[in-house]
Ligand binder design. Structure first.
Ligand SMILES: C[S@@+](CC[C@H](N)C(=O)[O-])C[C@H]1O[C@@H](n2cnc3c(N)ncnc32)[C@H](O)[C@@H]1O
Length: 274
């Protein structure tokens, strides 16, 4: 297929090197077409002739362009109550032992469905008291974080949620917002959104969490990067009841010394590491 812009294997290798250097994202060999289709939008916007020219431009560009580069390369697929069993485990195994405010970190929160689902689960267990719940929602992608903070979704994104949940936690859009819903302040106010790159050496996080949701994020990292991040999660989880939730295709067998699986891609800190 004829491409609009030049894109060689050497260009792909350079893109991969930068994605790994900045975000820890391991693109591998199979994402070439995906990378081309996403970067070509940037090449077109900047009226450049090729991906090579775009990469050269990036080398002299400021932080803003690098941020855009990372934003277009990340995959932000998510949904409300994705992998629903994790929310049951949260209510059954974490919340009964948690002091107030309950503290939960959703890292790699994408457009916010995950932290909003966590907030709903907490309220359903604890009652609608925003001071009892404190959720930190972070992501490397600044564009998706803005969407998450706005808390507005296509109505079809909340299809399948019970009428009771919809009534309690969402406002129905009308007029220009027809077909959309917005989370109510109650849900929004217990969540702090901020940019955080998991592979950066400093996270600026204070205190410990009752649970860490790091789901479908590690899948983009190689085993060594995963291990380094898992090592940093250990002191951030409250003991002995704090849990780490991972995505359905993520397994941390290479980090048994740090985390022990308890089933359903859920982990507790390994006793010797605690
Ligand atoms: C597929 S989404 C997962 C969303 C949600 N956790 C879920 O499971 O539905 C992966 C998210 O990880 C984020 N991400 C990728 N690399 C990251 C990094 N180095 N630091 C923080 N977030 C990152 C992406 O921007 C994206 O929003």
């Amino acid at each position: 297929m004829e491409r609009e812009f030049g894109f060689t294997q050497a260009d792909y290798d350079r893109v991969s090197m930068h994605a790994y250097r900045i975000a820890g994202i391991h693109l591998g060999d199979s994402r070439k077409e995906m990378v081309y289709s996403r970067l070509s939008r940037e090449v077109r916007r900047l009226r450049l002739p090729s991906v090579a020219a775009y990469l050269q431009y990036l080398d002299q560009a400021g932080q803003h362009e690098w941020t855009r580069f990372v934003n277009v390369l990340t995959t932000n697929l998510t949904s409300f109550f994705r992998e629903a069993h994790h929310f049951s485990i949260l209510s059954e195994k974490v919340l009964p032992h948690a002091a107030r405010p309950v503290r939960i970190w959703s890292c790699g929160c994408a457009s916010g469905e995950e932290p909003y689902s966590v907030a709903i689960s907490c309220y359903e267990y604890l009652g609608d008291d925003a001071t009892a719940v404190n959720i930190l929602a972070t992501d490397i992608n600044t564009t998706i974080l803005q969407q998450a903070e706005a808390g507005e979704f296509e109505r079809e994104r909340v299809q399948g949620m019970s009428p009771e949940r919809l009534r309690r936690y969402f406002l129905n859009g009308s007029g220009a917002f027809e077909g959309r819903v917005k989370v109510k302040t109650l849900l929004r106010q217990c969540i702090s959104f901020r940019m955080l790159n998991l592979v950066q050496p400093v996270w600026n996080i204070e205190g410990q969490f009752d649970a860490i949701f790091c789901r479908n994020v590690m899948i983009y990292f190689d085993k060594d990067t995963q291990y380094q991040i898992l090592r940093r999660f250990v002191p951030l989880l409250k003991q002995p009841h704090g849990l780490l939730f991972a995505g359905h295709s993520e397994a941390f067998f290479h980090a048994k010394d740090l985390f022990t699986p308890i089933g359903a891609t859920t982990y507790r800190v390994t006793e010797s590491a605690a």
